[in-house]
Structures are given as structure tokens and as C-alpha cells.
Design a protein around this ligand. Structure first.
Ligand code: AMP
Length: 608
């Protein structure tokens, strides 16, 4: 397919807000692609150059893009800036400049694969002079494309393609291509949960249809989507739900999925496998021949954050494994766990080895998904735990404590014990269930400090959708309140659940403004479903997650959360948080935002 044709599809997608129409357009588009190009096309329409977990950074920000436009179309930087100020969109500026440059409606033109390859090359330019190389190559690419293609290809490196859908909608569209409806969406999504690479799944489907898809298995080196926990408000309810179950401490750190392979075959396959030494330096004690990759809950490769985990994992007595656990910082003198913020310090890019000596970490592993070449996903929790006990010996990587209980008293006793140790609460786990990648259900139930007897059984991780200008006292910050949304995973949109305007300290308001800087957009993103009464003064694209506490969940005529879930309780209304207040800014990602269904489950819980 020519890139110009892909651009026409992008234009059609940009023009519609209807989820069904988007799915249909995407299905038509996907149906026209060949096996060789379908993966690249999937990444491109999502504004990326690979699967979610292999983010390719362009390092080509707005300022540099202005230079690109000036270079490409022979105007000076000032003119490009001026036009940018007028339109607020460099994609549109590129399109306009391309038209003025002449011969903008090229016949034929570059193919999708060619443009993809050029973008990869631009992103990959490194070292001295690489900025210049990026500018020149990007300018050349823009000149060789037509005007509409210019609009979209300019937005991709800027991270501004944002057509209002995610991998979830593409999964539905793939189902449409093969069945003419959404009937195999669940099957595709189940594979996406253990292999979150939409491009790869599309290639498999294109090649041999669903038969090829069946062969998709989890593999060392590719993250799988983490299993998540539901919540219940009391020990009584948990015992009622689970009967006999395992109790583990809930550790408040960072989720880590540790992938390990000692096989040389694997090393040869992995493009990143030889840079472990580069990552930490020779003195770190890392064995360059044993591959370790550590992924966060959002599937980001976080290996660079944890040199001591890499070393410890390499010493495990196995050929290959995938472990699931939580890393937490501790004070080496007192052995006490440190608050989440301290663990977060590892998120820095530089001098991690030094930091790891000052504030060491431990990982508490609670699950094993793969062992010596075999997937354990379908084994029961009890069997997986047995496997885990044979692998983990303690030290930096430690087995999480674990007790099987069946009474409220015992559960409360453990809860109190863990809270007294500074932990967050407990995780209760069903004994006979498989590992359900990407699922949040009652196989795992979290029971956290401060939630018993309260209106809400848990805090809400919401997405900041926009904010309102401050008046009076707040005018000095430029914000008086902000709008918070939850995620509707069925329709791939964000719905509003609270307007937060109280409970922030002056420094939190300042921090709010700092954090939204760079995320602000001119128009309301299409993925937001907002009642007119709540229209914001400033819009914020998906990027800032906040933890919100509240007194209860009530039905609301203006908030949209759950409005289209089609359930009796919230028919013709949405749900909202009563007396919402900010707990903290979270480092969480979009995938972790509380869903409308979870809000509904909490709403139902309060009624019982
Ligand atoms: P939450 O972020 O409140 O939804 O809680 C779920 C998170 O708790 C998981 O993603 C893990 O990062 C973390 N966690 C802490 N301890 C455990 C445990 N024992 N089992 C599973 N997850 C745990």
C-alpha cells in the first residue's frame, strides 16, 4: 500500500468520533494490507514504530520539527513558528507548506514499508551530529510525500498522531476482517494478553487466519500483561467469596516481570541481548551471556533500573523463567521497607548502580509464569507456587510469604501483622486458578490499609482530562479544579468521574501545572466522553494519572462514567465520586487507570 492511501484512511479516522465507524474503517484498511506490511501499518496508525513494549524514541521535539519544516520547504524558522502559533498543529503546518512548495499531489509515492523504514532510520540516528542527520532525513521524507501524508507523518515523531483509539479497537477491527463482526475479538484479545504485539498478531492472522494465531505462546523476552486484583471491603466478604485461599502481604513498590534465559539461541535472537554490559558498566558483576529483561506493569523495559535484580536473576538455578513480583526499596541498616517514592527514585536514567548501593532493593516474587522452556500459565496457583519454591532461594530475589487460611480471624491477624510491618495490606488468592494475563477478577483480591468500614473499598486511579482556570486565590496557579476520568475498556474511551478542586496544597497545585505542561492540547481529545456542563478551559491529552480518594460513589446526571455500560443501576446517568480529593500524582500509565466497570463494582459493593 502507498503511504498516501494510508493517509486517506487516517483522515477518515480523524473525522469520525463513532467507535463503530472507526472499527469499520480500520477493518477495511487492514483487509487491504499484505502480510509484509500489515504489522508496520498497525504500528503506524497507533503512532508508533513497534509494539507497546519496544518504544522507539524519536528525540525529535517541536523545536526540531520547526527546523525540519524550514529545511524541507525553504522557509525560515520564523515563518514556520508563526504558522504553528496560528494552527497549534505542526502536522497542519507541514501540510500547508507542502502545498505551497508545489507538486504536492504526487502520484504513487512511497509505500507504507518505505516510510516505516525511513522513520526507523531517523529515530535510530545516534551520536555526534545525529540531530542534524535527523533534521535532514526527516525533511527529505516530507518532501517526498504528498500534502496529506505530510500532515500525519509529521505528527508521528512528535507523539501527536492520537486518532482516539488504542490497540483494543484494532483488535476489534482484526476480528471484523476475518469474521465480519466482533465474534473473535475475545480470542484475539486473549492472545494479545500473552503477546502484546498487535503487529505480530495481525501478521499471523493475515498469514493463516485464526489457525496461526492459536500457536502464539508466551516467550522469554516478550512481556505478558500482568494479572490484576479485584477489591472487597472486608475480611468477611473475602472469606465468603474465596473459602480457603492463600494470603500474601501486599507490598507497595513496583511490579516487576523478570525474564531470564541462559540459552545461547535466545541470545542470538535478541537484538538487545548484548548491551547488558553497556547498560551498567563492567563493574556491575553482570554476566553478558545470560539474558535478563525486566518489565514494568506497563510492559516498559525497565531492566536499566535494577542492576542488582539482573545479577541475582542470573544466578537462579534454572535455564529459563518468567517471574512476577514486586520490587521495593529498603533501608539496609534497619531492614525497614521504604515508602513508594523511594522505590520510584530508580526511575532515573543515570547512576543507577550508585543509587542501588545507597538504597538497595528487594524483589518479592509471588508467581512464576514460565519455567525451563514451558509455560505454567494454565497450572493452578498451588502448582505454580510449588514451582516457585523450587527456583527462588532468597537474597535480593525473595519468595513472598504465603499462608493458606479459611477464617476471618486468621485473615485479620495476618492483615494486622503486615500493616504493623509497614506493608500496604494483603493479597488473597484463589488456590485452583490459572494465571489470567491482563485480567482483573476475584482470583486475586486486594484488601488494603484504611479501606475497612469506609465508603469506598479502594482509591481510584483516574486520568486527568482537563482543567479549569483558577479564580480568586487560585488565580496565581492558573488552575482551580481539574477533571478526572476512568477508562471504558469496551469502547476504548475515557469517561468522567470527578471534578477535583479541593484538598490540594499550594505546592501540589504547582506540581499539577508542571505535570500538565507538555500534555496540553487545543481541542478535546476524541477519546473523552464529557458532558457539556463539564467542558474544561484547558484540555490535557492522556498522560497524567492521579490517585483519588472519595467518600462514596453516587449516580450523577453530568458525569459519564458507566453511562453506556447498559446496566440497570446507572441507566440514563453516570457515576461520580462524592467529595473527591487528591491522594497523590501517580507514576502509573494509561493501562492502569481504573475502569468504568470497576467503579460500577465498587458502587454495587457500597449498596450491599
Ligand atoms: P493496585 O495497584 O492497588 O491495583 O494493586 C495491584 C498491585 O499490587 C499489583 O500490580 C502489584 O504491583 C502489587 N502487589 C503487591 N503485592 C502483591 C502480591 N503479593 N501479589 C500480587 N500483587 C502484589
Amino acid at each position: 500500500m502507498r503511504f498516501s492511501e494510508l493517509s486517506s484512511y487516517l483522515e477518515r479516522l480523524e473525522k469520525t468520533a463513532s467507535r463503530n465507524q472507526m472499527t469499520e474503517i480500520l477493518a477495511e484498511f487492514l483487509g487491504k494490507l499484505s502480510v509484509d506490511e500489515v504489522d508496520k501499518a498497525c504500528y503506524l496508525v497507533l503512532g508508533r514504530l513497534g509494539p507497546l513494549y519496544e518504544t522507539v524514541e524519536f528525540n525529535l521535539a517541536e523545536k526540531m520539527m520547526i527546523r525540519v519544516l524550514a529545511e524541507a520547504f525553504g522557509v525560515d524558522d520564523k515563518e514556520a513558528w508563526q504558522r504553528y502559533k496560528g494552527t497549534g498543529d505542526l502536522g497542519v503546518v507541514a501540510e500547508q507548506l507542502r502545498v505551497s512548495f508545489g507538486r504536492s499531489e504526487l502520484r504513487g509515492g512511497l509505500s507504507v514499508e518505505e516510510v516505516f523504514a525511513k522513520l526507523l532510520e531517523i529515530a535510530g540516528a545516534e551520536g555526534t551530529g545525529s540531530q542534524e542527520v535527523k533534521v535532514l532525513k526527516m525533511a527529505e521524507l516530507l518532501r517526498s510525500l504528498g500534502s496529506l501524508s505530510n500532515r500525519y507523518v509529521t505528527r508521528i515523531p512528535l507523539g501527536q498522531l492520537r486518532l482516539g483509539f488504542s490497540d483494543v479497537t484494532l483488535i476489534d477491527a482484526l476480528s471484523w476482517v476475518f469474521k465480519g463482526d466482533k465474534s473473535v475479538s475475545d480470542e484475539i484479545r486473549a492472545k494479545f494478553n500473552i503477546c502484546p504485539d498487535i503487529g505480530l498478531l495481525a501478521v499471523k492472522l493475515r498469514r493463516k487466519g485464526l489457525r496461526d494465531l492459536k500457536e502464539v505462546e508466551l516467550a522469554v523476552g516478550h512481556p505478558i500483561r500482568s494479572a490484576l486484583a479485584e477489591r472487597l471491603p472486608s475480611a468477611e466478604k473475602i472469606v465468603e467469596k474465596l473459602g480457603k485461599f492463600a494470603v500474601e502481604p501486599k507490598v507497595d513498590g513496583l511490579r516487576v516481570q523478570i525474564h531470564l534465559s541462559k540459552s545461547s539461541k535466545f541470545k542470538a535472537q535478541s537484538s538487545k541481548s548484548d548491551n547488558q554490559n553497556d547498560l551498567f558498566g563492567k563493574e556491575s558483576g553482570i554476566d553478558p551471556d545470560v539474558l535478563v529483561r525486566i518489565f514494568s506493569r506497563n510492559m516498559a523495559d525497565s531492566t536499566h533500573m535494577f542492576p542488582e535484580i539482573v545479577v541475582a536473576a542470573q544466578k537462579l538455578p534454572v535455564e529459563s523463567a518468567i517471574l512476577d513480583g514486586e520490587a521495593i526499596a529498603f533501608n539496609p541498616d534497619t531492614e525497614e521497607f521504604l515508602p513508594f517514592q523511594e522505590t520510584m527514585q530508580r526511575k532515573r536514567k543515570y547512576r543507577v548502580v550508585e543509587k542501588s548501593k545507597k538504597i538497595p532493593l528487594k524483589v518479592f516474587v509471588f508467581d512464576i509464569l514460565f519455567l525451563n522452556g514451558r509455560s505454567l500459565l494454565d497450572e493452578s496457583f498451588v502448582e505454580r507456587r510449588k514451582g516457585l519454591e523450587g527456583v527462588v532461594r532468597g537474597g535480593v530475589i525473595e519468595l513472598i510469604r504465603h499462608q493458606v487460611v479459611s477464617s476471618q480471624d486468621k485473615l485479620r491477624e495476618l492483615f494486622d501483622l503486615y500493616i504493623s510491618e509497614g506493608l500496604e495490606g494483603v493479597m488473597c488468592k484463589k488456590l485452583d486458578t490459572p494465571y489470567q494475563a491482563g485480567a482483573r477478577n476475584f482470583d486475586w483480591i486486594k484488601y488494603k490499609r484504611g479501606t475497612e468500614g469506609k465508603g469506598l473499598p479502594d482509591t481510584v486511579d483516574g486520568l486527568v482530562l482537563g482543567y479549569y482556570a483558577g479564580r480568586g486565590q487560585r488565580a496565581k496557579f492558573g488552575v482551580g479544579a481539574f477533571l478526572v476520568g476512568v477508562y471504558n475498556s469496551d469502547s476504548d474511551i475515557f469517561e468522567t468521574v470527578a471534578k477535583v478542586g479541593t484538598g490540594l496544597t499550594d505546592s501540589q497545585w504547582e506540581e499539577f501545572m508542571k505535570r500538565v505542561k507538555g500534555l496540553q492540547v487545543k481541542d478535546r481529545p476524541k477519546q473523552y466522553l464529557i458532558d457539556k456542563a463539564l467542558t474544561c478551559d484547558f484540555w490535557v491529552r492522556p498522560g497524567l494519572v492521579v490517585e483519588i480518594d472519595a467518600d462514596e460513589i453516587t449516580r450523577s446526571p453530568v458525569h459519564t462514567a458507566g453511562r453506556d455500560l447498559e446496566v440497570e443501576e446507572v441507566r440514563d446517568s453516570g457515576m461520580s465520586l462524592r467529595f473527591p480529593r487528591l491522594v497523590c500524582f501517580r507514576e502509573k500509565q494509561l493501562e492502569e487507570v481504573t475502569t468504568a466497570k470497576e467503579i460500577l463494582a465498587m458502587y454495587r459493593m457500597q449498596k450491599k
